[in-house]
Ligand binder design. Sequence first.
Ligand SMILES: [Zn+2]
Length: 270
Amino acid sequence: MRVHQLGDGDPDVAVVAAVHGDEPCGERAVARLLADPPVVSRPVKLVVANELASDRDDRYVDEDLNRAFPGDPAATSHEARLAAALERELDGCTTLALHSTQSYGDPFALVDAVGEETGAICAALSIDAVVETGPFADGRLISYPRTVEVECGYQGSDSAADNAFRLVREFLGATGVLPASSTPRDVPVFRFTERVSKPAGREEYEVFAENFERVAEGETFAAADGDPWVAKEEFYPVLMSPYGYERVFGYAGERVGSVSAAGPGVSAGD
Ligand SMILES: [Zn+2]
């Protein structure tokens, strides 16, 4: 783990890159910020979490860091030790964690549940959607309050790195580290309802649905070797892709409202 700091004092704002070693967008955004460091109004930590996995261009060394929290300083697993160290490093911080995906090209955010502070941050980010993970956040960094994860775009793409840099600037604007760089706006909020399982050992997987676009009851939204996967009831696909995960296509969600430029929390929506 590598920790940089802008500004003097003990930071209570943090940006975390490289939770996954094969998602370079966050590290590139941090490097870009450090190459031309802005003048800050309050101190901020910039953390490159899993340096070892990043050097190997692997997602992780022993286990997925983003399923390993709270971790254990005495564990044999690299990521279990790192999770414990990262938790200590981020204690008391309002945190933005940068990720990228195989399922969606534009940025969106994930939170455990939208709170007053995380809602205001999400309304300041140029994102398509906010996803509340609820009980599905088990072992993830966002199971901690005051933490927002952003998916910045396709893994390894230049656009994900550019998006990550813009999202970091917007986050630092929303937390008073930098002057605000965006005008808050309404962003739709979805909530995970279930994992959509995927059969193992097939040759070809397909996903026909678009993430965040409603799938109707009876619609064929995915296939495995041509066998159709049909929606039993309507849902909104989230993080859904043919090959992004080994055992699931992704998640089914419901639309629960919006975070609003007008105020904190989730307002009821369509
Ligand atoms: Zn990730």
